[in-house]
Design a protein around this ligand. Structure first.
Ligand SMILES: [Zn+2]
Ligand SMILES: [Zn+2]
Length: 220
């Protein structure tokens, strides 16, 4: 495991199996948020590192794929904390239906453990401290990214991969609707984060400088 402090409030934990799998720990004034939980074997490391930083408030998931929710079961067995994901991915991760373009439904989390991300009176996803979730569908129907406004960092889950500092499209074989995923990347143009942090790849600085090119290159 590699521990990278990527900004004032955010630590990225990187693990390797067949490919890189990362999660993030975000320090808020009232405690620590765990963003994604990787695979089951990672959970004890995540817990240990999170608790060095403070009391764990909640787990926030970018989406319901197994390499992002795999640690949920272990972590909630150890700690009584709420878990949130976008409502659109709940049935898939609970195994009630297969993810789009997959054949088999698979129960990746116990039923009724993951709650839908709350929505405010304006119909937007509610912030958790300085972290604002944005719905970025395509890779999965309920994919979200988390924007830390103070640090100007976007925790982008599987919205992208990257190579040599360049944004690349998410992994094709795991992406439900590629065109939609490419369209969702406009969030980078809107927020202009200084850093886009990516689950399976190296992070990309000033990604807004290349987002128009990216969207043109991969447009369907
Ligand atoms: Zn995924
Ligand atoms: Zn993934």
């Amino acid at each position: 495991m590699k521990i990278r402090k990527i900004s004032e409030h955010i630590t990225k934990l990187e693990f390797w199996c067949l490919f890189k799998v990362s999660v993030w720990l975000v320090q808020a004034s009232n405690g620590v948020y765990i963003i994604d939980t990787g695979m089951a074997f990672m959970s004890k490391h995540i817990l240990r590192e999170a608790e060095k930083l403070g009391e764990i408030k909640a787990i926030l998931l970018t989406h319901g794929h197994s390499d992002h929710v795999g640690g949920v079961k272990n972590i909630i067995r150890e700690r009584n904390i709420p878990v949130y994901a976008h409502a659109f991915d709940l049935d898939y991760m609970e195994g009630k239906a297969p993810f789009p373009r997959r054949k088999k439904a698979e129960a990746l989390v116990p039923p009724n453990v993951v709650q839908p991300l709350p929505i405010n009176e304006n119909g937007e996803l509610e912030a958790f401290g300085d972290l604002i979730p944005y719905h970025t569908p395509g890779h999965s129907p309920g994919h979200v990214v988390y924007y830390h406004a103070k640090d100007n960092v976007l925790l982008s889950g599987d919205l992208f991969t990257s190579k040599k500092g360049q944004l690349q499209q998410p992994m094709r074989m795991f992406t439900a609707y590629m065109d939609q995923a490419i369209a969702s990347s406009r969030i980078v143009r809107e927020l202009k984060p200084a850093l886009v942090s990516i689950t399976h790849s190296d992070d990309v600085k000033d990604a807004h400088m290349q987002i128009d090119e990216y969207m043109k290159q991969y447009a369907g």
